[in-house]
Design a protein around this ligand. Structure first.
Ligand code: ZN
Length: 149
C-alpha cells in the first residue's frame, strides 16, 4: 500500500466512523459554516474549561473530505490547550494552502497529514478547511472576554 492509498484509508475511516459527532452541551462558542461550491455544511460547538478545549461537538452534512476533516479536528483539538489547538489550526491551514508541496508533521497533525494530497485540489481544500474555520470562529466566541460598557 503506498502513501496515497494509506491516506485515503484514513480519510475513509474518519468519514465512516466520525469521532465525536453530534452537538453537545455545555458550550461557549458555536459557529455555522457553509461551503456552497460543494454543498458542505457544519455547525460546530466548542466547550472551553480554563485554557483547555474540553469538547468539540458538531453536526455536518457534505462530502467525505469535509466530514472526515471534522472528525480529525475533533481528535486533535479535544483535550488540548487553546494555544496548541490554534497552532495546529495554523499548521493545517498552511498545509492545505501548500498546493501539494507541504510537508506535514505527523507528530503534531496526526491523522490530519492524510489531507496532504487534498491540498493539490483547490476545490477540495475548501472542504477540508470548513470544519477548522468553524472551530476557529467558535473558539473566538468561546474565549472572547465581555467588554465592559
Ligand atoms: Zn466538500
Amino acid at each position: 500500500m503506498d502513501l496515497d492509498e494509506l491516506y485515503q484509508e484514513v480519510i475513509l475511516d474518519h468519514y465512516k466512523r466520525p469521532r465525536g459527532a453530534g452537538l453537545r452541551e455545555p458550550y461557549e462558542g458555536e459557529s455555522h459554516q457553509v461551503n456552497p461550491t460543494c454543498g458542505d455544511e457544519i455547525t460546530l460547538r466548542v466547550h472551553v474549561e480554563g485554557d483547555t478545549v474540553a469538547d468539540v461537538s458538531y453536526e455536518n452534512v457534505g462530502c467525505s473530505i469535509s466530514k472526515a476533516s471534522a472528525s480529525v479536528l475533533y481528535e486533535l483539538a479535544k483535550g488540548s490547550t487553546v494555544e496548541d489547538a490554534l497552532s495546529r489550526l495554523a499548521e493545517f491551514t498552511e498545509l492545505m494552502n501548500s498546493k501539494g508541496r507541504g510537508e506535514a508533521d505527523e507528530e503534531t497533525l496526526e491523522d490530519a497529514v492524510a489531507f496532504t494530497g487534498v491540498s493539490k485540489y483547490p476545490m477540495r481544500v475548501k472542504c477540508a478547511l470548513l470544519g477548522w474555520m468553524a472551530f476557529k470562529d467558535a473558539l473566538v466566541h468561546a474565549t472572547a472576554t465581555p467588554v465592559e460598557p
